[in-house]
Design a binder for this molecule. Sequence first.
Ligand SMILES: [Zn+2]
Ligand SMILES: [Zn+2]
Length: 346
Amino acid sequence: MKELISLLILIITLTLSAVVCLAASSGAPVRHDFPRVGPYEVISGDFHMHTKHSDGRLNVRQRVEESYRWGYDVIAVTDHGKMAGYRVAKYIGEPLGMIVISGFETGVADKEHLVALNVPAGFEILDSHHLAEKPGEAKAYYRSELKKIADAGGLVIYPHPHVGYREPVLWGVEQGIIQAIEYKNGVVGKGWNTVEDHGTYWYPDAVAFALKHNLAIMANSDVHANRAPETSPVTLLLVTERSVKGVMDAIKGRRTAARFDGMLWGRKDLLTDVLQSSVVARKVAGGLEIENFSPIALSGVIGSAKIDLKPYSKIEIPLDAKNITIKWDNVWTDLTTTLATDHKVR
Ligand SMILES: [Zn+2]
Ligand SMILES: [Zn+2]
């Protein structure tokens, strides 16, 4: 009997994964819908990706349509030193209901990369990835270039923070120009000074840095070839409206979280709101029914009872309570702390 149940579970899991893969490779987008959180809608973003305009393998149309199939609500095409893909991305993405933010990737010579978002089309990009660390050199000074981005209404992400936290980043953060950081980058894998931790390769040092300097938390793909499950992290955003302004306001208001490798990472207050909206406990005949309205598989404990909630599904547990506290296994607020949320039983 036990073997039969295991076999059934295996078959169901395989079928579900096949359905997800199929959806991702055909026209129908994958669903990542979350319930609303108070005045906010929770949407999925990817603010770092490449196309044939730089060293990516897909053209802009393919990249945008692929992002749509994978369920992203908002994207920024961020080619190295170029915004040539922006107008096409907007033209393709907007009719699909996506929000398209302008962007490009640049950096300090041989050191930090920097992703600029929301600068106007036609923005003059100087010495991409070759910015000088000191003024008066042949190449453009990084401070002048960062100021130009800010003056044009943009902001900057510190992506794959592989060279640590040197002066260009500290200065950019202090100036309020670098406003976001990637905890997870989808393509760097074991390279680029990632650390194996919490079951994946990422930048665990970025957690303390983001919290200390109040930066927006991000997980972006940086995809160059085709998207794959392991290279498709998500930046979650709590937006008041589905628009460029709504997205930029969410980043500036630090209403973001990182979703990657089956985990959610973010600030305690924001994740508490997301989990309390996503998980509902109701009294039923045999005890409690707990329903997960989110697209994330959530696991945790209530007292000593382990619970596993698949995306958009519910379970029943034999427990009689008016209020429950769920300590989550895969929702993290810092490197050693998982989130616990209180839920009133309805
Ligand atoms: Zn880069
Ligand atoms: Zn990149």
